[in-house]
Structures are given as structure tokens and as C-alpha cells.
Unconditional design. Structure first.
Length: 215
């Protein structure tokens, strides 16, 4: 069976896997972004706190993804839970680091001016510091998403959702007529989703970052 015939016969399953793959990555990125920015806000004023946050999150990336998921399975079981936990932990480092760097890079004179017109500390953070730190944070979100797209495929090892199941089915049936088609369909699907997400982030950047501070 040719690759195109395989796509025609299995398009419904492939679309379902692609939706699940995109959904779990998107949801984990939302959670990782919220947690990562919060950690950045809490620690960026402290040199020690910022270093501790960066070191702790970078330690997560030293654990191979297959080992991370394997360690989580006994605690939370198979399927979605280990996938969500692993992806969220892996997505934290770039966001935490960029949030800290971005917030520390805000021009102090702008913060002083905001203080001078009566803004509270929370208002200065929300109205001045976070908007100016948003460009590097968005760049980090793009990088994390690209990374998580690949890691999500490994989650199929623990019965996680997504296109990784297609790849693992193909690997498990090497030698059969559709083995290569399955691996190729899963791989190309992940690449396509990554490109679509990246295009969406470019659009978000154009809509949310003022032209004057775009990189």
C-alpha cells in the first residue's frame, strides 16, 4: 500500500491522533506558561531566587523523557496523567528563564516613572513590567512548544494520547506492509502541527507586541 493510500484509508484515526497531540501540547503549554511566569515574577528580584528557579527547572531537562514518563507511571498510572505532568515539567525551563531575564531587563526608569504617577507594585508589574517582558517569554513559549511536540510522541510509550501511537505501532510492526507508512504519517503529522503552532505564535506576537519593541 502506498503512503497516500494509507493516508486515505486511515485519515480518521490520524486526525483523531493529531487533535489529541495538539490538544495535550497546548494545554500543557498553558499550564507551563502560567507556572513559569509566576515563578519568574516571584524570583526575578532575587539573584539567589532566580538562580535557584533556573537550576531547578533545568534539572528537569537532564532526565531523559522516556525515563521521566517511566518514573511517573507507577505513581499516576498510564495514559494522560504522566503525559501531562512530564510535558508541563519539560516546558518550564525556557519560560522561567525568559521571564526572569525579561523582567530584569525592564528599564528601571520606566518603573520609576510608573511609581511616580502613583501605580502600586502590582499595577507596575501588570501594566509595565510584564508587557515589556512578553517578547522574550513568547519566544520561550515557541521554543518549548517545539520541544514538547517531540516529547509528546514519546508519551505513547505509556499509552499517552497523540501521534506517537502511530509511530510506536509502526515500530512494533516493522516488516509489515504499513510499518513505514505509520512511522512516516506520525512523524510528518508532528512536523505539520509544529509548523502550525509556530505560525500561530508569530501571529500572536504581531497582535500583542507593539511594533516599537519587536525584536
Amino acid at each position: 500500500m502506498s503512503f497516500w493510500e494509507y493516508l486515505g484509508d486511515c485519515h480518521q484515526q490520524l486526525l483523531t491522533d493529531a487533535y489529541q497531540h495538539a490538544s495535550v501540547v497546548f494545554q500543557c503549554m498553558v499550564v507551563a506558561t502560567a507556572i513559569g511566569v509566576l515563578i519568574g515574577v516571584v524570583t526575578y528580584r532575587s539573584e539567589w531566587g532566580g538562580s535557584l528557579a533556573t537550576t531547578a527547572t533545568s534539572t528537569m531537562l537532564t532526565i531523559p523523557s522516556l525515563a521521566m514518563i517511566g518514573l511517573l507511571v507507577p505513581a499516576v498510572g498510564l495514559g494522560v496523567p504522566p503525559t501531562v505532568i512530564a510535558l508541563t515539567l519539560y516546558g518550564l525551563l525556557p519560560i522561567v528563564r525568559s521571564a526572569i531575564v525579561g523582567l530584569r531587563g525592564v528599564d528601571p526608569s520606566l518603573v520609576d516613572a510608573a511609581r511616580g504617577i502613583g501605580m502600586s507594585r502590582v499595577m507596575r508589574l501588570v501594566r509595565v513590567e510584564l508587557p515589556l517582558a512578553w517578547p522574550p517569554v513568547l519566544t520561550a513559549i515557541r521554543a518549548s512548544t517545539q520541544m514538547l511536540m517531540g516529547i509528546a510522541a514519546i508519551a505513547a510509550y505509556a499509552s499517552g494520547p497523540g501521534l506517537g501511537n502511530e509511530i510506536f505501532r509502526g515500530i512494533a510492526s516493522l516488516g509489515s506492509r504499513n510499518a513505514l507508512n505509520q512511522v512516516l504519517a506520525g512523524t510528518l503529522g508532528i512536523i505539520t502541527l509544529t509548523l502550525l503552532f509556530d505560525a500561530a505564535y508569530v501571529l500572536i506576537g504581531r497582535l500583542t507586541i507593539p511594533r516599537g519593541i519587536r525584536a
